[in-house]
Structure formats: C-alpha cells, structure tokens
Design a protein around this ligand. Sequence first.
Ligand SMILES: NC(=O)C1=CN([C@@H]2O[C@H](COP(=O)(O)OP(=O)(O)OC[C@H]3O[C@@H](n4cnc5c(N)ncnc54)[C@H](OP(=O)(O)O)[C@@H]3O)[C@@H](O)[C@H]2O)C=CC1
Ligand SMILES: O=C(O)C1=N[C@H](C(=O)O)C[C@H](O)C1
Length: 242
Amino acid sequence: MTAIGIIGSAGRMGQALAVAVPDLGATLIGGIDAGGDPVSLAHDAAVLIDFSTPAALERTLAAARSARTPILIGTTGLSTTHHALIDAAAGEIAVLQTGNVSLGVTLLAKLVRDAAARLGPEWDIEIAEMHHRHKVDAPSGTALLLGEAAAAGRGITLAEAKVADRAGLTGARSEGTIGFASLRGGSVAGDHLVIFAGEGERIEIGHRAENRAIFARGAITAALWLVGKPAGRYSMEQVLGV
Ligand SMILES: NC(=O)C1=CN([C@@H]2O[C@H](COP(=O)(O)OP(=O)(O)OC[C@H]3O[C@@H](n4cnc5c(N)ncnc54)[C@H](OP(=O)(O)O)[C@@H]3O)[C@@H](O)[C@H]2O)C=CC1
Ligand SMILES: O=C(O)C1=N[C@H](C(=O)O)C[C@H](O)C1
C-alpha cells in the first residue's frame, strides 16, 4: 500500500484525509503540524499531501526535494514567490498544486474557460465564493483558479483583469475586468459561482462542496497518481482525464 505523509495533519483537511486514506487503498505513514519535521516525513512517505499554510511551503518543498518524494499541494493563499518555488521543485520531483482538488471544480474550470472564449468582452465576468468563518485567505484558491480559466478563455492573464477590492466610490465597471466577491460565515465547505453578465441576460455556473470528503478523495487520488511520475508540474485535469 502506498504510504502517504500529511503536512497539516491535525487541521480540517488533515482530519478528512485521515478518514479517507484507508478507503482508497493507501496507508497513512505519518503527519506533521506547526513545529513538525518535514524531512523525516518526506523520507518515510511515498508521496506527501500538503493542506497547511503558505508559510510552511518553502521548508516542505526543500524536504520533498531532498527525499525525492512527489507532493500534492492543496494549500491556498500562495504568492508568486511560492509559485516560483513550486516551479523549481518541479524540475526535480513530481508536483501538483491546485486551488481545488474536486472533480466538480476541475470540470467547472473547463466550462468557464469555454464560456469565456465564446462570449465577447461585453459579457462581464464576476466570481463569488463563500466559505466557513475560519478561512484565512481571500479570494479563495478556487475563485482564483476559475478566474485564471476565464482569463485564459479570453486570451489574457488574470493579473491584468483582476478586481478583488471594490469598496467606496469605485467608478463604473471597466470592460474586460474579472471581479471577485468573498463571503465568510458558518461552516460552508466551499461555494463558487461564476457569473457571465450580458445586456439583458446572465449565465451562472457554479459548484457547491457539501463536505470535505470530496477534497480528501480528490487529493488522495491525485497523490497516488503522482507516485512514479517523472519530475514536472502536473494538473488535476491530467489526473482526472476531464
Ligand atoms: N485545494 C483544495 O481543494 C483545498 C484547499 N484547502 C486549503 O488547505 C489549507 C488548509 O485548510 P484547513 O485544513 O481548513 O486549515 P486548518 O487551519 O484546519 O489546518 C491547517 C493545519 O496546518 C498546520 N500547520 C500550520 N503551520 C504548519 C507548518 N509550518 N508545517 C506543517 N503544518 C502546519 C496547522 O497546525 P497548527 O494547528 O499546529 O498550526 C493545522 O493543523 C488552506 O489553505 C485551505 O484553503 C482546503 C480545502 C480544499
Ligand atoms: O479553505 C477551505 O476550506 C477551502 N479552500 C480552497 C479554496 O481556497 O478554494 C478549496 C475549497 O473551496 C475549501
């Protein structure tokens, strides 16, 4: 059985993973939280799964590289510096980083890209997300992933179109921008809605996570898929074949 090591093992996702690992024919070799040693975990595990915090990523990737252990990164709130670290690691080990490991969101991203490509820039794109009261980053990793899919469909980068900070006297909406709205409250596992707002009509497509089991399943499936893969940066689309 494939031995999985978890970074962030006592957290909400870490606990969901511990429940799901045996069901998917793998075994949990160990896990760490703040203050834990990623080096020995990376040597013991056949693959690592990280659902922790961006601050942990540099040490985690260094450990994975030194042990040559593949890694699935689900942690969100990553900066361009973190992505550069991931790219560098992917030169030596198999890495998959994504803001959402579910089948539903992986497919939704493809639908969003397609819709954005077919609709002209006069269709305004807005992305709304709601999460539980404990979430610390905004917009969510999923919202950003969907924004990137929409931007790719339009042949632009999200960086040039993103508007995530509306408040006060904002002025009218600029054509071609992609807006984000983040709601926080209660125990919501993760809701995302992508709105294409045209003149006199709207298209809305979205996804609701009803629990963390879907994330645990997606993460373990992806982690098992990474074992034995050559160095590189992989995607959930490749794992799930959608
Ligand atoms: N990609 C996806 O599909 C999904 C992504 N996520 C993302 O996963 C992340 C975790 O979410 P969630 O489980 O809800 O968060 P939690 O806050 O419940 O758990 C985070 C865990 O990480 C641990 N941690 C903190 N610092 C370190 C460190 N330096 N090394 C190792 N572990 C550390 C914490 O331990 P301690 O208590 O000791 O600080 C805690 O156990 C978030 O970024 C979230 O957005 C969540 C769901 C799905
Ligand atoms: O923090 C969470 O809980 C989640 N985080 C991910 C995100 O930022 O999109 C994925 C999921 O929506 C749950």
